[in-house]
Design a protein around this ligand. Structure first.
Ligand code: KIV
Ligand code: ZN
Length: 519
């Protein structure tokens, strides 16, 4: 029992956080990469939350080989049935059912007595065993639950057939010493605990998620629930890359404990998630931040050159951090492109390489040097765009701007197949074009965030525009990349609007689930 199982919940708890929703195709891309990374379990979603979630779990269950595929389910027959149905194609499947056990959750959220909660937990686990032998049970808000009741629920769930017992610090309230003690107490007070694996699931509200998870592991937990880049509800979940590297680097502390994560895939996985969600990690983020291995001060540089161990406790290669910056250009062939894409973590078929190669050539004609960031953007444009029929499509736009000219834009677009045209002025060319799109659509979304940056050096760089819009209370982010900043902006704006429109129904059903009182 020295292996620590890595349960990745990026596609469920992570995706639940505002601004991190992903389409089914995007989730599938992530799931492929998570399998390559070597996670033991992928929590692919919450099948009963919405049709979108059900379809994503089903798609991942059909396509991904290797890790156990898991769906979350409330302790309700209809949820468990949907989870079982969505997981049907998976070779190895797990149902993760949960109910809150703290007084505050039982009284105000569930409006149930402890006895009712206990009965629901038992029934849910038993029912889930009809679909798979691998059943995980979580006592939501475990860290604020009354201890004797918590022990009783755990014992009952194991008797009913739970093979994994998860102890969530749902609100990120625990401190490392306390959390370690909780795991010890569970081991000492739940008579049948040896029949299940103890798992932990920590939120980061006080910045303790990783520390709490590691202390739990030190004290007997053998599964950690975590997410790439630590994304998740509110302040997020424990960051997978930090947990895994801490166990690897601090062997002196963790002894024989190990994970089966291929750490060389950590950086690629982190980057892929950033690309898909449009949310980048801060430069000083542990393990995967841009500055994680940058040595700025002269003293540090001198030390690292003499012996990297002076200031590096792990090497950039250990986590797959790119050590060289390879630049391709218009004379680079298919072979070089394929090789670079593979180094960046993209395994594409010959047919897909052919498509990317055409776009690469067109880009290399526009700008001399094609960097990794350009290639990532190209792949995103080609394969990770929203897959459903996009409601808004730009057909044509034109902008006039200059010294002493009022910036004016005209846009021709289609909205659900109907052609519309509008002209608008603005305080700059980007403002004018965005206003023209709004006028043509007859909508006024709130623009919550807008940034534009050059992906690489030089004035011929591709610009990446990132926007977050709010339309009828639905937030969505979008991105556009082009060597022309106006085109990047208009594409990013329309991408965000399309995502907001398409997610509207999806989010409404999730909100309903939240109101009913669940996660
Ligand atoms: O934070 C939490 O308690 C959860 C459970 C559903 C495991 O996400
Ligand atoms: Zn959670």
């Amino acid at each position: 029992m020295d292996k620590v199982y890595i349960f990745d919940t990026t596609l469920r708890d992570g995706e639940q956080a505002p601004g991190f929703s992903m389409t089914a195709d995007e989730k599938l891309q992530m799931a492929h990469q998570l399998a390559k990374l070597g996670v033991d379990i992928i929590e692919a979603g919450f099948a009963a939350a919405s049709k979108g979630d059900f379809d994503s779990v089903r798609l991942i269950a059909s396509e991904i080989d290797g890790p156990v595929i898991c769906s979350l389910a409330r302790a309700l027959e209809k949820d468990i049935e949907l989870a079982g149905e969505a997981l049907k194609p998976a070779k190895r499947k797990r149902i993760h059912t949960f109910i809150a056990t703290s007084e505050i959750h039982m009284k105000y959220k569930l409006r149930m007595s402890p006895e009712e909660v206990l009965e629901r937990a038992q029934k849910a686990v038993r029912f889930a065993r009809n679909f798979t032998d691998d059943v995980e049970f979580s006592c939501e808000d475990a860290t604020r639950s009354q201890r004797d009741f918590l022990y009783k629920v755990i014992e009952t769930a194991i008797k009913a057939g739970a093979t994994v017992i998860n102890i969530p610090d749902t609100v990120g309230y625990a401190l490392p010493e306390e959390f370690a003690q909780l795991i010890e107490d569970i081991k000492n007070n739940v008579p049948n605990i040896d029949k299940a694996i103890i798992s932990v699931h920590c939120h980061d509200d006080l910045g303790m998620a990783v520390a709490n998870s590691l202390m739990a592991v030190k004290h007997g937990a053998r599964q950690v629930e975590c997410t790439i880049n630590g994304i998740g509800e509110r302040a997020g979940n424990a960051a997978l890359e930090e947990i895994v590297m801490a166990i690897k680097v601090r062997k002196d502390f963790f002894g024989d404990l190990y994970t089966e994560i291929n750490t060389k895939e950590l950086y690629k996985t982190s980057r892929l998630l950033c690309r898909i969600t449009g949310s980048f990690v801060q430069p000083n983020k542990a393990v995967v931040g841009d500055n994680a291995f940058a040595h700025e001060s002269g003293i540090h540089q001198h030390g690292v050159l003499a012996n990297p161990l002076t200031y590096e406790i792990m090497s950039p290669e250990d986590v797959g951090f790119p050590s060289t910056r390879i630049v391709l250009g218009k004379h680079s062939g298919r072979h070089a492109l394929k090789r670079r894409l593979s180094d960046l973590g993209f395994q594409l078929s010959d047919q897909e390489i052919e498509k990317v190669f055409e776009k690469f050539k067109a880009l290399a004609d526009k700008k001399k040097e094609v960097y990794d960031e350009d290639l990532e953007a190209l792949i995103y444009e080609e394969f990770m765009k929203i897959d459903e029929e996009e409601p808004i499509k730009i057909k044509h736009y034109q902008v006039q701007t200059g010294e002493n000219i009022l910036p004016t834009a005209t846009v021709v677009l289609t909205f659900n197949g109907e052609e519309r045209t509008a002209t608008s002025t603005g305080n700059g060319p980007v403002d004018a074009v965005i206003k023209a799109v709004q006028k043509a659509l007859g909508i006024e979304p709130k623009l919550l965030d807008f940034s534009i940056k050059a992906l690489t050096p030089n004035t011929d760089a591709q610009a990446e525009a990132r926007l977050v819009v709010e339309l009828d209370d639905v937030k969505a982010s979008g991105r556009g990349v082009d060597t022309d900043i106006i085109k990047a902006s208009i594409n990013g704006f329309v991408d965000a609007l399309n995502r907001a429109i398409m997610r509207k129904n999806y989010i409404i059903s999730k909100e309903k689930i939240r109101e009913e009182g669940t996660v």
